[in-house]
Design a binder for this molecule. Structure first.
Ligand code: NAD
Length: 389
């Protein structure tokens, strides 16, 4: 690395990783993140999670993940553009429309995916390369409905769970009180979708703090306030809370949609929601899982709850291969169908596991049932295909 005249470094080296965990069910699928703390271990474990998520939601993909160790907040647009293009060039044929298909993740966006596509397309001229990456801008072959897919998927999973299992005698979302931790892409889309179904958003938070209003918070007004002031805290007609207090609010449904390890052994006993829906990856620790289970709090696990994003990524890939463009209504209908079907299968498996292992608390969890279904699908496909040569 060499210091430039303005004190900035130039000629810096960056490390990047791409892990293809499993491709028995199809090409690898998983996000590309830019983060200064990214490690190979983290990327590997996220790639494995993608394998189980794709298998569970039944899209013909394996699991993959990747990223570059860099702090996008301190880099210029030009530097990020060069990092993206160089990374994709170095990956060469390790990615491809039928090999491994990246998507946006932390600190990468639709614009980053347009660069991924353009770089790959320049290196492989003369063929339809749009399916090499998903989460692209609409005019580069992105899908309608992709932006809100993860948040909408969270709400489909919640709605179908409540319809089939009930929540304290309720079988509809209307009137239920919802708390959402994290008001980013997923949290905001989920809040809008809950509000459309007349659920009441009584608590919201971001990394700066939390707000509470028992009468309900309008997600669009909250977004407008956050855009103007930089955070949710201080929003008129709402009370400020700490993030810890938000998790302990009296509500029906708690949706952790921020970062990992938010509900842990130290605060799981304070959760007053009757249902926790994991929109983020791993927001509930294994110790907290056991405490919630013992207290009779239901939990919809991450590989099921947040599968809406990869589901609509699959729809984008199919549209790109067929050179088609589906309407938003069509995407939304297909997403609901896939999420509902997965919820039904997981609940059936959970019921069977409970009956056959009545004394095993692990067997009673939706998390165990979801993982069992996913691992079974990958294992069956592996055995059917056999090992060759
Ligand atoms: P994002 O960066 O858009 O939003 C994250 C939000 O969480 C922000 O509002 C941030 O302020 C808030 N936050 C961060 N730390 C917090 C804390 N300690 N307490 C409260 N709020 C906090 O991210 P996103 O795309 O909305 O993703 C949210 C989670 O969902 C992540 O765990 C992500 O890995 C997971 N996920 C996202 C997608 C997707 O399609 N975006 C798909 C699957 C899973």
């Amino acid at each position: 690395m060499l210091p430039g005249r303005d004190g900035r470094w130039f000629g810096a080296s960056f490390f990047g990783f791409r892990v293809l965990h499993n491709n028995v069910l199809g090409p690898g699928k998983g996000g590309l993140r830019f983060h200064p703390d990214l490690t190979l271990e983290e990327v590997t474990s996220l790639a494995a999670l993608m394998t189980w998520k794709c298998a569970l939601i039944d899209v013909p993909f394996g699991g993959a993940k990747g990223g570059v160790v860099c702090d996008s907040k301190t880099l210029s647009d030009g530097e990020l553009r060069r990092i993206t293009r160089r990374f994709i060039t170095e990956l060469g044929d390790n990615i491809g429309p039928h090999t491994d298909i990246p998507a946006p993740d932390m600190y990468t966006s639709a614009e980053t995916m347009a660069l991924v596509y353009d770089t790959y397309d320049t290196m492989h001229p003369g063929r339809n390369n749009r399916p090499v990456v998903t989460g692209k801008p609409l005019d580069q072959g992105g899908s309608l409905g992709r932006r809100d897919a993860s948040g909408n998927g969270v709400v489909h999973a919640t709605e179908h769970f409540i319809k089939l299992r009930g929540l304290d005698g309720n079988h509809h979302l209307g009137g239920l009180r919802v708390v959402i931790q994290g008001f980013g892409k997923v949290g905001f889309a989920a809040a809008k979708s809950f509000a459309r179904r007349e659920a009441r958003i009584v608590g919201l938070s971001d990394s700066q703090g939390a707000i509470h209003n028992e009468a309900g918070i309008d997600p669009l007004a909250a977004l407008a306030y956050k855009r103007e002031s930089g955070s949710l805290a201080g929003m008129p007609a709402a009370t400020n809370l700490s993030n810890e207090d938000l998790l302990a609010l009296d509500c029906d449904i708690l949706v952790p949609a921020a970062v990992a390890n938010q509900i842990h052994a130290g605060n799981a006993a304070d959760v007053r929601a009757r249902l926790v829906v994991e929109a983020a990856y791993d927001p509930v620790t294994r110790e907290a899982d056991a405490i919630l289970q013992e207290r009779g709090v239901s939990l919809v696990p991450d590989i099921l709850a947040n599968a809406g994003g990869v589901c609509v990524s699959y729809f984008e890939w199919v549209q790109n291969i067929q050179n088609q463009s589906w309407t938003e209504q069509e995407v939304e209908r297909k997403l609901r169908h896939k999420m509902n079907h997965a919820v039904e299968l997981v609940l059936k498996r959970q019921h069977r596991m409970r009956e056959s292992h009545p004394d095993d608390p692990l067997a009673g969890m939706m998390r165990t049932a979801a993982l069992a279904l996913a691992v079974e699908r990958v294992a069956c496909a592996t055995l059917e295909r056999g090992i060759w040569p």
